[in-house]
Design a protein around this ligand. Structure first.
Ligand SMILES: Cc1cc2nc3c(=O)[nH]c(=O)nc-3n(C[C@H](O)[C@H](O)[C@H](O)COP(=O)(O)OP(=O)(O)OC[C@H]3O[C@@H](n4cnc5c(N)ncnc54)[C@H](O)[C@@H]3O)c2cc1C
Length: 482
């Protein structure tokens, strides 16, 4: 145990991160990758926080406005439980953001300019994990019921955060989820090696203890009509996610062996979770030449999954150019740095190709065999309409591929029977249109998360869910006075 006077802060302590399991070990299973920091190391890291006059981590970086300098100081003083209470005051699921948030708080940390940011995400994670271990995290049921009923449609992070907040405010909450189990992308998209599902299940038990009811395998709009929802609930909160994957309408797209990332990832997650007992050979990369189209995080999750399934080779193609190693002058601190990164999945072995666009999928009707691609000239004059996307003449090349995974993001929310039945207005991007109080175009209907913002991050979904729940609460309490 270190004493306060012995803790030197950022002038002497450098940023320390836990050591990940070795590549050789981790590609043999789907378990989480990072190791842990000791209590002394954590306290040392917390002591590096400068308690800045303007804490950019809290005010600019974190969408939840987590009170980072305050809980760093509490941890530094050994007040773990108090620090955890403050963390929970702004974030319902720190064990999830502590694992998978890209941590804009850290890139906005003042120390990130020159000294290496405080390991904020790690501190967040270890604080909450200690809370689970010590039994500090329990259901917090409301003191008195409000008498109002709210339906939450969709159980991703936005729906779960909203459901928890509404239940704690005293409302009766039923979450309808079309999948077999709750969690949305947290369960079916993000691989176990980033987020083991026990972590999610543990938190779901807390929500149940607070009175939240989950009805899974129920698709609102199909199994429940808009009329039923409006008549049975005082408010309906839609958190149905981004839904519709961006497709590539290219020659050969219909060939077997070409799949969307979510189809591929959810298959492996369902296998790991015991929902499926036998792998679908179509969605298994074992012994295959895999090409992942999309250089982002979802693409990276596919790379890590294919590696664990025993892929023969993995290539990840990105249409954008390789980012610079350091911030460019027009991308200054504390904005999010658009720099070259290597994910743990990419570290496990994959070839990365930049400034490349696929033109055609080639193969017999039995399945894809190769891709035809071109290199793009990213340096073409900026004032030309084709700037940045111009094909370099004679650059066409072919790549062998017998499993192609499209990880090109999402276009917008799925406009299914629920949105149609409720006749909800959409915004210019094709997502649900809401006003500043998260109210959709039909009275008593609210929306939050990716179905409003478009595909985003877990931390934004939690933030949307929390704020939408407050707006629903205001609406319900006002309706009482009418
Ligand atoms: C593969 C992948 C990896 C990602 N990794 C990260 C990461 O590492 N870090 C990060 O911060 N973000 C990550 N993201 C983004 C993040 O997961 C999303 O931004 C977030 O999950 C959005 O939350 P949500 O609650 O709005 O929607 P979702 O999580 O999409 O949940 C929506 C839920 O609504 C349900 N639903 C839809 N329609 C209906 C209906 N009519 N009736 C009943 N249920 C319905 C769906 O089945 C789903 O469960 C990732 C995304 C993907 C696709």
């Amino acid at each position: 145990m270190l004493f306060r006077s012995e803790i030197p802060g950022f002038l002497e302590l450098t940023r320390t991160e836990p050591v990940n399991r070795s590549v050789e070990e981790r590609i043999c299973d789907f378990n989480e990758i990072p190791g842990q920091l000791s209590s002394d190391e954590l306290i040392g890291q917390a002591s590096r926080c400068m308690d800045c006059g303007i804490p950019f981590c809290h005010s600019f970086g974190c969408p939840l406005a987590n009170r980072i300098p305050d809980w760093n100081d509490m941890l530094y003083q050994g007040k773990w439980e108090q620090a955890l209470r403050l963390l929970h005051a702004t974030n319902n699921f720190p064990e999830i953001t502590g694992r998978i948030c890209p941590a804009p708080c850290e890139t906005a940390c003042t120390l990130a300019v020159d000294f290496g940011a405080v390991t904020i995400r790690r501190i967040e994670l270890e604080l909450v994990e200690r809370g689970w271990k010590e039994g500090w995290i329990n259901p917090l049921p409301p003191v008195a019921p409000s008498g109002f009923r709210a339906a939450v449609i969709g159980s991703g992070p936005a729906g779960l955060a909203a459901a928890q907040e509404l239940a704690r405010m005293g409302h009766e909450v039923i979450v309808f989820e079309k999948a077999e189990r709750p969690g949305g992308i947290l369960r079916y998209g993000i691989p176990d090696f980033k987020l083991e599902k026990l972590v999610l299940d543990r938190r779901l038990e807390q929500l149940k203890g607070e009175g939240v009811i989950f009805e899974t395998g129920v698709e609102a709009g199909l199994d429940l009509s808009a009329r039923y929802l409006s008549r049975s609930f005082d408010a309906v909160l839609i958190s149905a996610g981004a839904g519709l994957p961006r497709d590539l309408s290219l020659p050969g797209r219909q060939l077997p062996g070409i799949h969307f990332a979510m189809e591929y990832l959810s298959h492996q997650n369902r296998l790991n979770g015991g929902e499926l007992t036998r792998p679908d050979p179509e969605l298994n990369a074992s012994g295959k030449k895999v090409v992942v189209l999309g250089g982002g995080d979802t693409g990276s999750d596919c790379v890590g999954t294919a590696r664990r399934q025993g892929a023969d080779s993995i290539i990840q193609i990105e249409i954008m150019p390789r980012p610079p190693d350091r911030r460019s002058p027009d991308n200054p601190w504390p904005t999010w740095p658009n720099i070259f990164r290597t994910s743990t999945s990419q570290e496990e072995g994959c070839e990365r190709i930049w400034s490349t666009s696929v033109r055609e999928f080639i193969g017999p009707p039995t399945g894809v065999e190769k891709l035809s691609s071109v290199n793009l000239d990213r340096n073409s004059p900026a004032d030309k309409p084709s700037a940045g996307t111009q094909e370099i003449p004679d650059s066409r090349f072919e790549l062998p591929a017998d499993l192609v995974i499209i990880a090109a993001g999402f276009t917008h929310t799925r406009v299914g029977p629920l949105i149609q039945d409720m006749e909800l207005k959409l915004n210019k991007d094709g997502n649900i249109s809401v006003d500043s109080s998260f109210a959709a175009s039909r009275r008593g209907v609210f929306a939050a998360g990716d179905c409003v913002t478009g595909a985003s991050l877990v931390v934004h979904a939690i933030d949307q869910g929390r704020r939408c729940a407050s707006a629903v609460d205001c609406y319900l309490r006002k309706s009482e006075q009418v």
